[in-house]
Design a protein around this ligand. Structure first.
Ligand SMILES: Cc1cc2nc3c(=O)[nH]c(=O)nc-3n(C[C@H](O)[C@H](O)[C@H](O)COP(=O)(O)OP(=O)(O)OC[C@H]3O[C@@H](n4cnc5c(N)ncnc54)[C@H](O)[C@@H]3O)c2cc1C
Length: 413
Protein backbone atom coordinates (compact mmCIF):
# COMPACT_ATOMS: atom_id res chain seq x y z
CA UNK A 1 0.00 0.00 0.00
CA UNK A 2 1.21 3.50 -0.78
CA UNK A 3 2.13 5.60 2.27
CA UNK A 4 0.05 8.68 3.12
CA UNK A 5 1.39 12.14 2.32
CA UNK A 6 1.62 14.71 5.12
CA UNK A 7 2.69 18.34 4.96
CA UNK A 8 2.94 21.07 7.60
CA UNK A 9 1.14 24.43 7.35
CA UNK A 10 3.85 26.21 5.35
CA UNK A 11 4.48 23.26 3.03
CA UNK A 12 8.16 23.28 4.00
CA UNK A 13 8.00 19.92 5.81
CA UNK A 14 6.60 16.80 4.16
CA UNK A 15 6.65 13.12 5.05
CA UNK A 16 5.06 9.82 4.12
CA UNK A 17 3.75 8.06 7.26
CA UNK A 18 2.99 4.35 7.02
CA UNK A 19 -0.17 5.04 8.95
CA UNK A 20 -2.14 8.11 10.05
CA UNK A 21 -4.51 7.43 12.94
CA UNK A 22 -7.15 9.59 14.59
CA UNK A 23 -8.05 7.77 17.80
CA UNK A 24 -11.29 8.73 19.55
CA UNK A 25 -10.39 7.57 23.04
CA UNK A 26 -7.39 7.27 25.31
CA UNK A 27 -7.77 3.47 25.26
CA UNK A 28 -7.46 3.56 21.47
CA UNK A 29 -4.28 5.67 21.74
CA UNK A 30 -2.78 3.16 24.19
CA UNK A 31 -3.65 0.31 21.83
CA UNK A 32 -2.09 2.11 18.84
CA UNK A 33 1.09 2.82 20.81
CA UNK A 34 1.36 -0.81 21.90
CA UNK A 35 0.82 -2.04 18.34
CA UNK A 36 3.46 0.37 17.02
CA UNK A 37 5.91 -0.77 19.67
CA UNK A 38 5.32 -4.43 18.82
CA UNK A 39 5.86 -3.82 15.11
CA UNK A 40 8.90 -1.59 15.69
CA UNK A 41 7.14 1.44 14.19
CA UNK A 42 8.12 4.94 15.27
CA UNK A 43 5.42 7.34 16.43
CA UNK A 44 4.95 11.09 16.07
CA UNK A 45 2.02 13.21 17.15
CA UNK A 46 0.59 16.10 15.20
CA UNK A 47 -1.68 18.91 16.34
CA UNK A 48 -2.45 21.43 13.59
CA UNK A 49 0.92 20.98 11.85
CA UNK A 50 1.78 24.66 12.31
CA UNK A 51 5.39 24.06 13.35
CA UNK A 52 7.93 25.07 10.71
CA UNK A 53 10.46 22.50 11.96
CA UNK A 54 10.07 18.73 11.25
CA UNK A 55 8.78 17.98 14.76
CA UNK A 56 5.86 15.92 13.44
CA UNK A 57 7.56 14.22 10.50
CA UNK A 58 7.58 10.42 10.48
CA UNK A 59 7.61 7.43 8.17
CA UNK A 60 5.92 5.39 10.92
CA UNK A 61 2.69 6.14 12.79
CA UNK A 62 1.35 9.70 12.78
CA UNK A 63 -1.19 10.26 15.57
CA UNK A 64 -3.67 13.12 15.42
CA UNK A 65 -5.93 13.92 18.38
CA UNK A 66 -8.42 15.84 16.25
CA UNK A 67 -11.18 13.56 17.54
CA UNK A 68 -10.27 14.23 21.18
CA UNK A 69 -11.37 17.81 21.65
CA UNK A 70 -13.37 19.81 24.20
CA UNK A 71 -13.58 20.44 27.93
CA UNK A 72 -13.26 17.49 30.30
CA UNK A 73 -14.07 19.51 33.44
CA UNK A 74 -13.86 23.06 34.75
CA UNK A 75 -13.64 24.74 38.11
CA UNK A 76 -14.21 28.48 37.99
CA UNK A 77 -13.46 28.91 41.75
CA UNK A 78 -10.11 27.12 41.31
CA UNK A 79 -9.51 28.96 38.01
CA UNK A 80 -8.77 25.68 36.25
CA UNK A 81 -10.03 23.53 33.40
CA UNK A 82 -9.02 20.11 32.13
CA UNK A 83 -9.13 19.93 28.35
CA UNK A 84 -8.69 17.17 25.78
CA UNK A 85 -5.23 17.66 24.30
CA UNK A 86 -6.43 17.75 20.69
CA UNK A 87 -8.64 20.80 21.31
CA UNK A 88 -7.97 23.62 18.85
CA UNK A 89 -7.37 26.92 20.60
CA UNK A 90 -10.04 28.58 18.45
CA UNK A 91 -12.55 26.09 19.85
CA UNK A 92 -11.47 26.66 23.45
CA UNK A 93 -12.13 30.36 24.10
CA UNK A 94 -15.94 30.21 23.79
CA UNK A 95 -16.52 27.18 26.05
CA UNK A 96 -14.10 28.54 28.68
CA UNK A 97 -15.90 31.91 28.54
CA UNK A 98 -19.21 30.16 29.21
CA UNK A 99 -17.65 28.89 32.46
CA UNK A 100 -16.32 32.37 33.34
CA UNK A 101 -12.71 31.51 32.43
CA UNK A 102 -10.07 32.58 29.91
CA UNK A 103 -6.43 31.93 28.95
CA UNK A 104 -4.02 34.48 30.44
CA UNK A 105 -2.32 34.97 27.08
CA UNK A 106 -2.33 33.71 23.50
CA UNK A 107 -0.08 33.96 20.45
CA UNK A 108 -0.74 35.58 17.11
CA UNK A 109 -3.14 32.89 15.90
CA UNK A 110 -5.57 30.40 17.45
CA UNK A 111 -5.32 27.58 14.89
CA UNK A 112 -3.00 25.40 17.02
CA UNK A 113 -4.10 22.40 19.07
CA UNK A 114 -3.54 22.70 22.80
CA UNK A 115 -1.01 19.83 22.96
CA UNK A 116 0.79 21.15 19.87
CA UNK A 117 0.93 24.69 21.26
CA UNK A 118 2.43 23.61 24.58
CA UNK A 119 4.55 21.01 22.78
CA UNK A 120 6.63 23.67 21.04
CA UNK A 121 6.43 26.46 23.64
CA UNK A 122 3.90 28.73 21.93
CA UNK A 123 3.78 32.19 23.49
CA UNK A 124 2.22 35.60 23.14
CA UNK A 125 3.66 38.85 24.47
CA UNK A 126 3.82 40.52 27.88
CA UNK A 127 6.71 40.98 30.32
CA UNK A 128 4.75 39.46 33.22
CA UNK A 129 3.41 36.46 31.27
CA UNK A 130 5.04 33.14 30.47
CA UNK A 131 4.41 30.92 27.47
CA UNK A 132 1.35 28.67 27.28
CA UNK A 133 3.25 25.74 28.85
CA UNK A 134 3.67 27.78 32.06
CA UNK A 135 -0.14 27.84 32.38
CA UNK A 136 -0.25 24.04 32.57
CA UNK A 137 -0.79 22.59 36.06
CA UNK A 138 -1.43 18.96 35.18
CA UNK A 139 -0.93 16.54 32.29
CA UNK A 140 -2.06 13.07 31.40
CA UNK A 141 -0.05 11.13 28.87
CA UNK A 142 0.18 7.70 27.28
CA UNK A 143 3.74 6.42 27.60
CA UNK A 144 5.78 4.36 25.14
CA UNK A 145 4.66 1.29 27.12
CA UNK A 146 1.05 2.17 26.29
CA UNK A 147 0.14 3.18 29.85
CA UNK A 148 -1.66 6.36 30.92
CA UNK A 149 0.07 8.40 33.64
CA UNK A 150 -0.87 11.64 35.37
CA UNK A 151 1.69 14.20 36.39
CA UNK A 152 1.59 17.56 38.14
CA UNK A 153 3.78 19.60 40.52
CA UNK A 154 2.90 17.04 43.22
CA UNK A 155 2.44 13.77 41.25
CA UNK A 156 5.59 12.67 39.37
CA UNK A 157 6.99 16.24 39.53
CA UNK A 158 10.14 15.57 37.46
CA UNK A 159 8.08 14.06 34.66
CA UNK A 160 5.71 17.02 34.87
CA UNK A 161 8.50 19.58 34.67
CA UNK A 162 9.88 17.85 31.57
CA UNK A 163 6.49 17.19 29.96
CA UNK A 164 5.23 20.77 30.20
CA UNK A 165 7.31 21.54 27.11
CA UNK A 166 8.50 18.33 25.51
CA UNK A 167 7.85 18.32 21.73
CA UNK A 168 6.00 15.02 22.02
CA UNK A 169 9.18 13.24 23.13
CA UNK A 170 7.83 11.74 26.35
CA UNK A 171 4.52 10.27 25.23
CA UNK A 172 1.12 11.17 23.83
CA UNK A 173 -0.48 13.95 25.89
CA UNK A 174 -4.18 13.20 26.16
CA UNK A 175 -5.42 15.79 28.68
CA UNK A 176 -4.10 19.13 29.87
CA UNK A 177 -5.14 20.97 33.04
CA UNK A 178 -4.73 24.72 32.68
CA UNK A 179 -4.50 27.56 35.17
CA UNK A 180 -6.87 30.26 33.90
CA UNK A 181 -8.03 33.78 34.66
CA UNK A 182 -11.59 34.94 35.26
CA UNK A 183 -13.02 35.80 31.82
CA UNK A 184 -11.94 39.33 30.79
CA UNK A 185 -12.21 41.80 27.95
CA UNK A 186 -9.26 43.35 26.16
CA UNK A 187 -8.81 46.83 24.77
CA UNK A 188 -6.59 46.80 21.68
CA UNK A 189 -4.76 49.85 20.37
CA UNK A 190 -2.77 49.69 17.14
CA UNK A 191 -0.76 52.50 15.63
CA UNK A 192 2.26 53.15 13.46
CA UNK A 193 5.51 54.80 14.51
CA UNK A 194 8.85 55.47 12.90
CA UNK A 195 11.63 53.04 13.87
CA UNK A 196 13.39 55.75 15.91
CA UNK A 197 10.20 56.67 17.78
CA UNK A 198 9.40 53.03 18.48
CA UNK A 199 12.83 52.35 19.95
CA UNK A 200 12.86 55.58 21.98
CA UNK A 201 9.59 54.65 23.66
CA UNK A 202 10.00 50.86 23.70
CA UNK A 203 10.67 50.37 27.43
CA UNK A 204 7.84 52.69 28.34
CA UNK A 205 5.37 50.80 26.15
CA UNK A 206 6.50 47.41 27.47
CA UNK A 207 6.09 48.59 31.07
CA UNK A 208 2.80 50.45 30.53
CA UNK A 209 0.87 47.66 28.82
CA UNK A 210 -0.02 44.12 29.84
CA UNK A 211 0.73 43.04 26.26
CA UNK A 212 2.88 45.08 23.89
CA UNK A 213 4.47 44.05 20.62
CA UNK A 214 5.50 45.60 17.35
CA UNK A 215 6.23 44.56 13.79
CA UNK A 216 9.11 46.35 12.07
CA UNK A 217 8.21 46.79 8.40
CA UNK A 218 11.48 46.67 6.43
CA UNK A 219 10.07 48.12 3.23
CA UNK A 220 9.23 51.52 4.76
CA UNK A 221 11.19 51.37 8.06
CA UNK A 222 8.03 51.91 10.13
CA UNK A 223 6.79 49.97 13.13
CA UNK A 224 3.25 48.65 13.52
CA UNK A 225 2.62 48.81 17.26
CA UNK A 226 0.03 46.89 19.25
CA UNK A 227 -0.95 47.26 22.92
CA UNK A 228 -3.57 45.18 24.72
CA UNK A 229 -4.93 45.79 28.18
CA UNK A 230 -7.79 44.30 30.22
CA UNK A 231 -10.80 46.58 30.50
CA UNK A 232 -13.98 46.53 32.62
CA UNK A 233 -17.21 46.92 30.64
CA UNK A 234 -20.76 47.79 31.65
CA UNK A 235 -23.45 45.23 30.67
CA UNK A 236 -24.64 47.61 27.92
CA UNK A 237 -21.12 47.81 26.49
CA UNK A 238 -20.84 44.02 26.62
CA UNK A 239 -24.03 43.72 24.60
CA UNK A 240 -22.54 46.04 21.96
CA UNK A 241 -19.35 44.03 21.35
CA UNK A 242 -17.11 44.37 19.47
CA UNK A 243 -16.68 48.03 20.35
CA UNK A 244 -14.75 49.84 17.64
CA UNK A 245 -13.60 53.14 19.05
CA UNK A 246 -12.51 56.29 17.30
CA UNK A 247 -9.47 57.51 19.19
CA UNK A 248 -10.18 60.28 21.69
CA UNK A 249 -7.48 62.77 22.61
CA UNK A 250 -6.98 61.46 26.15
CA UNK A 251 -6.83 57.81 25.00
CA UNK A 252 -3.91 58.45 22.73
CA UNK A 253 -0.28 57.79 23.48
CA UNK A 254 1.40 61.01 24.48
CA UNK A 255 4.00 62.92 22.50
CA UNK A 256 4.99 62.48 18.93
CA UNK A 257 3.33 59.08 18.61
CA UNK A 258 -0.13 60.63 18.99
CA UNK A 259 -0.39 61.53 15.32
CA UNK A 260 -0.02 57.91 14.29
CA UNK A 261 -2.92 56.45 16.29
CA UNK A 262 -5.00 54.36 13.96
CA UNK A 263 -7.47 51.97 15.51
CA UNK A 264 -8.97 50.70 18.71
CA UNK A 265 -11.34 47.89 19.54
CA UNK A 266 -12.65 46.06 22.57
CA UNK A 267 -13.87 42.48 22.69
CA UNK A 268 -13.62 39.25 24.66
CA UNK A 269 -9.94 38.41 25.23
CA UNK A 270 -9.96 35.26 23.08
CA UNK A 271 -11.34 37.23 20.14
CA UNK A 272 -8.75 40.03 20.45
CA UNK A 273 -5.55 37.95 20.73
CA UNK A 274 -5.59 36.04 17.43
CA UNK A 275 -5.10 37.42 13.94
CA UNK A 276 -5.62 35.65 10.65
CA UNK A 277 -2.62 34.52 8.63
CA UNK A 278 -3.81 33.84 5.12
CA UNK A 279 -0.51 34.13 3.24
CA UNK A 280 1.93 31.25 3.82
CA UNK A 281 5.46 31.95 5.06
CA UNK A 282 8.44 30.36 6.78
CA UNK A 283 9.76 31.75 10.03
CA UNK A 284 12.70 31.69 12.42
CA UNK A 285 12.50 33.03 15.96
CA UNK A 286 14.91 33.21 18.87
CA UNK A 287 14.52 34.16 22.52
CA UNK A 288 17.27 36.49 23.75
CA UNK A 289 17.84 38.02 27.18
CA UNK A 290 15.50 41.02 27.45
CA UNK A 291 18.41 43.45 27.85
CA UNK A 292 19.87 42.30 24.49
CA UNK A 293 16.60 42.79 22.60
CA UNK A 294 17.17 46.30 21.21
CA UNK A 295 20.80 45.68 20.17
CA UNK A 296 19.87 42.40 18.53
CA UNK A 297 17.05 44.15 16.68
CA UNK A 298 19.43 46.88 15.46
CA UNK A 299 21.83 44.26 14.11
CA UNK A 300 19.11 42.35 12.26
CA UNK A 301 17.71 45.58 10.83
CA UNK A 302 21.19 46.51 9.58
CA UNK A 303 21.58 43.06 8.04
CA UNK A 304 18.23 43.22 6.30
CA UNK A 305 18.75 46.74 4.97
CA UNK A 306 22.21 45.96 3.59
CA UNK A 307 22.15 42.28 2.50
CA UNK A 308 18.47 41.39 2.17
CA UNK A 309 16.67 44.58 1.07
CA UNK A 310 14.27 42.48 -1.02
CA UNK A 311 12.71 40.81 2.06
CA UNK A 312 9.31 42.41 2.50
CA UNK A 313 8.10 40.38 5.48
CA UNK A 314 7.97 42.11 8.86
CA UNK A 315 10.08 41.32 11.91
CA UNK A 316 8.11 40.71 15.13
CA UNK A 317 9.33 41.83 18.58
CA UNK A 318 7.71 40.48 21.75
CA UNK A 319 8.43 40.00 25.47
CA UNK A 320 8.11 37.00 27.78
CA UNK A 321 8.47 36.52 31.53
CA UNK A 322 11.25 34.30 32.87
CA UNK A 323 10.10 30.79 33.79
CA UNK A 324 11.52 27.53 35.14
CA UNK A 325 10.47 24.97 32.52
CA UNK A 326 13.48 22.88 31.54
CA UNK A 327 13.14 23.33 27.77
CA UNK A 328 11.54 26.75 27.76
CA UNK A 329 13.43 29.36 25.71
CA UNK A 330 12.60 31.78 28.56
CA UNK A 331 14.14 29.49 31.19
CA UNK A 332 15.66 31.62 33.96
CA UNK A 333 15.68 34.93 32.12
CA UNK A 334 13.44 37.85 31.22
CA UNK A 335 13.12 37.47 27.50
CA UNK A 336 12.59 39.24 24.21
CA UNK A 337 11.61 37.14 21.21
CA UNK A 338 12.43 38.30 17.71
CA UNK A 339 11.17 36.55 14.60
CA UNK A 340 11.73 37.08 10.90
CA UNK A 341 9.76 35.64 8.02
CA UNK A 342 10.07 34.85 4.36
CA UNK A 343 7.35 33.97 1.83
CA UNK A 344 6.74 30.20 1.73
CA UNK A 345 7.63 29.97 -1.96
CA UNK A 346 10.96 31.85 -1.64
CA UNK A 347 14.31 30.48 -0.41
CA UNK A 348 15.03 31.47 3.16
CA UNK A 349 18.23 29.55 4.02
CA UNK A 350 20.98 32.21 3.57
CA UNK A 351 18.80 34.92 5.14
CA UNK A 352 17.78 32.83 8.17
CA UNK A 353 21.38 31.57 8.58
CA UNK A 354 22.70 35.14 8.78
CA UNK A 355 19.98 36.11 11.25
CA UNK A 356 20.71 33.00 13.32
CA UNK A 357 24.38 34.01 13.54
CA UNK A 358 23.30 37.29 15.17
CA UNK A 359 21.05 35.44 17.60
CA UNK A 360 23.89 33.07 18.49
CA UNK A 361 26.05 36.03 19.51
CA UNK A 362 23.32 37.13 21.91
CA UNK A 363 22.85 33.68 23.50
CA UNK A 364 19.56 33.24 21.66
CA UNK A 365 17.53 30.08 22.19
CA UNK A 366 15.53 28.89 19.16
CA UNK A 367 11.76 28.58 19.18
CA UNK A 368 11.28 24.79 18.91
CA UNK A 369 8.62 25.14 16.23
CA UNK A 370 10.47 27.67 14.04
CA UNK A 371 13.36 27.11 11.67
CA UNK A 372 16.84 26.87 13.21
CA UNK A 373 20.00 24.78 12.86
CA UNK A 374 20.80 24.15 16.53
CA UNK A 375 21.69 20.61 17.56
CA UNK A 376 22.40 18.89 20.85
CA UNK A 377 25.83 20.45 21.69
CA UNK A 378 24.49 23.99 21.07
CA UNK A 379 21.37 23.32 23.07
CA UNK A 380 23.11 21.64 26.00
CA UNK A 381 25.11 24.86 26.44
CA UNK A 382 21.97 27.02 26.37
CA UNK A 383 19.74 25.03 28.74
CA UNK A 384 20.93 24.51 32.35
CA UNK A 385 18.46 21.61 32.81
CA UNK A 386 19.25 19.93 29.47
CA UNK A 387 20.69 16.78 31.09
CA UNK A 388 17.72 16.51 33.48
CA UNK A 389 15.31 16.57 30.53
CA UNK A 390 17.32 13.94 28.65
CA UNK A 391 17.35 11.67 31.71
CA UNK A 392 13.54 11.81 31.97
CA UNK A 393 13.23 11.26 28.23
CA UNK A 394 15.44 8.17 28.27
CA UNK A 395 13.52 6.80 31.25
CA UNK A 396 10.13 7.39 29.59
CA UNK A 397 11.13 6.22 26.12
CA UNK A 398 14.23 3.99 26.35
CA UNK A 399 13.89 2.65 22.79
CA UNK A 400 13.31 6.05 21.18
CA UNK A 401 9.79 5.15 20.02
CA UNK A 402 8.84 8.86 19.91
CA UNK A 403 11.98 10.11 18.15
CA UNK A 404 12.43 11.10 14.53
CA UNK A 405 15.58 12.29 12.79
CA UNK A 406 15.02 15.92 13.81
CA UNK A 407 14.55 15.06 17.50
CA UNK A 408 17.57 12.73 17.44
CA UNK A 409 19.72 15.62 16.26
CA UNK A 410 18.23 17.95 18.88
CA UNK A 411 18.65 15.51 21.74
CA UNK A 412 21.87 13.84 20.60
CA UNK A 413 20.06 10.51 20.85
C1 LIG B 1 0.73 31.31 11.11
C2 LIG B 1 1.50 30.90 12.36
C3 LIG B 1 1.51 31.72 13.45
C4 LIG B 1 2.20 31.36 14.61
N1 LIG B 1 2.21 32.22 15.68
C5 LIG B 1 2.90 31.88 16.80
C6 LIG B 1 2.93 32.74 17.94
O1 LIG B 1 2.32 33.81 17.96
N2 LIG B 1 3.68 32.37 19.00
C7 LIG B 1 4.40 31.21 19.01
O2 LIG B 1 5.09 30.94 20.00
N3 LIG B 1 4.37 30.37 17.97
C8 LIG B 1 3.63 30.67 16.88
N4 LIG B 1 3.60 29.80 15.82
C9 LIG B 1 4.21 28.48 15.99
C10 LIG B 1 3.16 27.50 16.53
O3 LIG B 1 2.41 28.05 17.58
C11 LIG B 1 3.84 26.27 17.12
O4 LIG B 1 4.68 25.69 16.16
C12 LIG B 1 2.83 25.23 17.62
O5 LIG B 1 3.52 24.12 18.09
C13 LIG B 1 1.84 24.79 16.56
O6 LIG B 1 0.76 24.08 17.14
P1 LIG B 1 0.23 22.80 16.39
O7 LIG B 1 -1.00 22.33 17.08
O8 LIG B 1 0.17 23.06 14.95
O9 LIG B 1 1.41 21.79 16.75
P2 LIG B 1 2.23 20.84 15.77
O10 LIG B 1 3.14 21.66 14.95
O11 LIG B 1 1.31 19.93 15.09
O12 LIG B 1 3.08 20.03 16.88
C14 LIG B 1 3.99 20.72 17.71
C15 LIG B 1 4.66 19.71 18.66
O13 LIG B 1 3.69 19.22 19.58
C16 LIG B 1 3.69 17.80 19.55
N5 LIG B 1 2.34 17.29 19.81
C17 LIG B 1 1.20 17.56 19.15
N6 LIG B 1 0.17 16.88 19.70
C18 LIG B 1 0.69 16.19 20.74
C19 LIG B 1 0.15 15.30 21.73
N7 LIG B 1 -1.15 15.00 21.76
N8 LIG B 1 0.97 14.77 22.66
C20 LIG B 1 2.29 15.07 22.68
N9 LIG B 1 2.85 15.89 21.78
C21 LIG B 1 2.06 16.44 20.84
C22 LIG B 1 4.17 17.44 18.15
O14 LIG B 1 4.67 16.13 18.09
C23 LIG B 1 5.24 18.49 17.95
O15 LIG B 1 6.43 18.09 18.57
C24 LIG B 1 2.90 30.13 14.65
C25 LIG B 1 2.89 29.28 13.55
C26 LIG B 1 2.18 29.65 12.40
C27 LIG B 1 2.18 28.75 11.21
Amino acid sequence: MKNAHWSNWSGGVTCAPQRVAMPASEAEIAQLVREATQSGQRIRMVGSGHSFTPLCATDGLLLSLDRLQGLVSTSAPAGQATVWAGTKLHALGGPLWDHGLALANMGDIDRQSLAGAIGAGTHGTGPTLGNLSTQVVGLRLVTAAGEAVDCSPTAAPALFKAAQLSMGALGVITQVTLRLLPAYHLHERTWVASFAECLAELDAHIQANRHFEFFWLPQNDLCAMKALNPVELTPAEQDALPLIKEPRANDQPQGRLARYVRAERIDRSYRIFPSERTVKFNETEFAVPAASGPECLHEIRRLMRTRYPEVAWPLEYRTLAADNLWLSPAYGRETVTISVHQAAELPYQPFFADVEAIFRNHGGRPHWGKIHTHTSPDLAALYPQWAAFQAVRRQMDPSGRFLNEHLRALFGA
